[in-house]
Design a protein around this ligand. Structure first.
Ligand SMILES: O=C(O)CCC(=O)C(=O)O
Length: 361
């Protein structure tokens, strides 16, 4: 870790001690694989979390669920991403220079956002039943699916500095939860995720005037942070908060997933390996009963965008979108008798919601 030039010697010593002492491996804290990891039998064995796992998530702000994706799913998505990079498979809006090497292509596309709006496979993995099982049990039975990101991190490529995902994705009330799924092994060397253990209790630090953060008018003692997400600790002011927590190394085998809440501080480091490229597929969800303004296709804040995001499980009294490519979702009418049905696709929601959304609603 680097240290600022203005640090005193004792501050630097403290900083260095923290850097050494406050790192533990996720595997010392995470739950071991269980029967859910057995993929024999039906296509997807559903995930049943325990009360202890729920408590762990609430206390630490994150949880590792090993083997969430079976090997055949990993192959499907990795082969697809390889075909996209090679130019064999075209996705509207993604232009690949065929003259670049495979490595350079991966470096160029260090992250691709929101392909679930353009490609069925990304929608499939956004709405993967085993991922949704966990989201439903940790967060809410009513799940609105908001975002996908494919991450490629080649040797030499930098990571992302401390940040809180809820800053970027506004949900009111804040019910954001992310799933980070390793598509290749993630090691400390190749730039795994680092989670600030227990930092889920932190407020949402403001960077500007965004209303949905705990801005300094509302919470005494909160400060504006400059340059969150920047890799340089001397510039990213969330480091002041991050360094007070134990950091957990999110090492993972391909197919393992980390789930964490929107206020949890996390970051990742540079891939310092010689030849290990690291891939991950990240998805975000909120309680479908939260209002959201999330729509990266139209930057800006203020307008509700619930209907642009997909209702993946359960029910909501708010507008919602349907899967564009027809991935099945399990919806369940759970409105109270006298609740107000909101307009959905210009119609009033009156009929029961069913599996696969075959019915009009
Ligand atoms: O995968 C990474 O390197 C960073 C991921 C991350 O910060 C995120 O998913 O919010």
């Amino acid at each position: 870790m680097s240290s600022t030039t203005t640090e005193t010697r004792s501050e630097r010593a403290e900083h260095e001690a923290l850097a050494v002492l406050k790192k533990v491996s996720a595997d010392t804290l995470a739950f071991p694989p269980d029967a859910n990891a057995n993929f024999d039998g039906s296509k997807y064995q559903r995930i049943q979390l325990t009360v202890d796992q729920f408590r762990f998530y609430k206390k630490h702000g994150w949880i590792k669920i090993p083997k969430i994706l079976p090997p055949e799913d990993l192959k499907e998505i990795n082969d697809h991403l390889d075909r996209v990079l090679s130019g064999e498979e075209k996705i509207p809006g993604i232009e690949i220079d065929p003259n670049l090497s495979h490595k350079d292509k991966q470096s160029l596309f260090s992250r691709i956002h929101q392909l679930h709006r353009r490609h069925p496979l990304h929608e499939k993995y956004l709405l993967h039943p085993r991922v949704l099982d966990v989201i439903e049990q940790l967060n809410s039975p009513d799940v609105l699916a908001l975002q996908t990101i494919s991450f490629f991190k080649e040797p030499g490529q930098v990571g992302q500095g401390y940040h809180q995902d809820s800053y970027y994705i506004c949900t009111l009330p804040d019910t954001l939860i992310g799933a980070w799924v390793a598509l290749t092994p993630a090691t400390e060397e190749n730039g795994c995720l680092w989670l600030s253990d227990g930092s889920n209790v932190e407020p949402l630090y403001p960077h500007d005037t965004r209303e949905h953060t705990h801005n300094n008018k509302k919470l005494d003692g909160i400060f504006n942070v400059q340059h969150p997400s920047r890799f340089d600790e001397n510039v990213n002011e969330l480091f002041k908060v991050g360094k007070t927590y134990t950091e957990v190394a999110g090492t993972a085998d391909a197919g393992d997933a980390f789930f964490f809440g929107g206020n949890l501080l996390h970051r990742s480091h540079t891939n310092v390996s010689k030849d290990s490229s690291r891939r991950a597929f990240t998805t975000h969800y909120c309680d479908a009963r939260s209002f959201t303004t999330w729509d990266p296709d139209e930057a800006g804040e203020g307008e509700a965008t619930n209907e642009k995001n997909i209702l993946a499980r359960g029910d909501t009294h708010l507008p919602f979108g349907k899967p564009r490519f027809g991935m099945p979702v399990e919806l369940k009418r759970r409105m109270f008798k006298n609740s107000v049905a909101m307009p959905i696709d210009g119609k009033m929601a009156t009929s029961n919601l069913t599996m696969n959304q075959k019915d009009e609603h």
